[in-house]
Design a protein. Structure first.
Length: 296
């Protein structure tokens, strides 16, 4: 049986959320997510059938309670912060405004479309594995959302140096203000691979802005969500997506600085007016630090 990936679960959560959110952006995100799930084969279509029927949605809620309570609402909370910060970076007046955005591991998300709609001179580049890129490219065409300013790039960042991937992207300009987004990506990297990625970005894009996420660490130094059930780790390993890196809130600044990033702000998961429904992931923004010549 085909496995369900986290990208597919995120897409299903997006479709489910749009049932109660009539905002045009949410509806466009859901249309893209739906088309992507249709392209994912039998597993994607099973998820869509579940989302589209009351009994299926009940089963999904039960599964969420069984595995990780509140995770669907957490994804929405995470995306609200990332989208607000990204829009600020791409539309703010002045020389600091990002003129291109690079999204690592973009999955089936519609963030690029939102940013391009609000920043007419922006260019967007999404980097993901070949299978996901093919599905998303077909989905964009299906819903009529192709945009010449959006470039989808097939690359495996676990095997290909980010510098080489960036240099090979048509239309990419390392000399202009750039925003890099890594939502739900860094936690899957071993610490050495994280440092290699961040320093490769910094060598290619000195002082670029970065918005990303990282897992929190529990008392035994395991990266995970606070309400994560014990069997979730095994499911992630079987899916080939185990969490490999995380940080405590107290150690996040130093951990990111070691990897080549200067932290500016972190979303407060316990904010009284907007708490994280399922804490355990840091959502943060900052800038890449210039590296010394020859630093690896």
């Amino acid at each position: 049986m085909q496995r369900i990936s986290t990208s597919m679960l995120l897409a299903a959560a997006c479709v489910r959320q749009a049932r109660n959110d009539r905002d045009p952006d949410a509806q466009q995100d859901a249309a893209l997510a739906r088309a992507c799930l249709q392209g994912c084969g039998a597993a994607g279509r099973r998820l869509l059938r579940a989302v589209d029927h009351a009994f299926g949605r009940l089963l999904l809620r039960m599964a969420e309670t069984l595995y990780l309570p509140g995770i669907g609402a957490h994804y929405a909370w995470r995306k609200r912060h990332i989208r607000r910060w990204a829009l600020q970076a791409c539309t703010q007046p002045g020389a600091g405004r990002a003129r291109q955005v690079v999204i690592l591991g973009a999955g089936f998300d519609g963030l690029s479309l939102r940013l391009l709609a609000r920043a007419p001179t922006l260019r967007a580049f999404e980097i993901d594995r070949a299978h996901g890129v093919a599905i998303k490219r077909a989905a964009l065409a299906e819903i009529g959302a192709d945009d010449p300013r959006l470039t989808l790039v097939a690359a495996d960042l676990a095997r290909e140096p980010i510098e080489a991937v960036l240099r090979a992207m048509p239309g990419f300009d390392a000399g202009i203000a750039t925003l890099v987004i890594a939502e739900g990506v860094l936690m899957y990297l071993a610490p050495a691979d994280l440092r290699a990625l961040m320093r490769g970005l910094a060598r290619t894009l000195p002082q670029a802005q970065l918005i990303a996420t990282a897992m929190a660490l529990r008392a035994d130094a395991t990266p995970c969500f606070a309400r994560q059930r014990p069997w979730v780790g095994g499911w992630l390993r079987r899916a080939g997506e185990p969490f490999r890196w995380g940080a405590t809130r107290a150690g996040l600044d130093a951990s990111l600085r070691e990897a080549g990033m200067e932290l500016r702000y972190v979303a407060d998961p316990y904010a009284p007016d907007d708490p994280d429904p399922s804490p355990g992931e840091w959502v943060f923004a900052g800038s890449l630090m210039p590296t010394a010549d020859g630093e690896r």
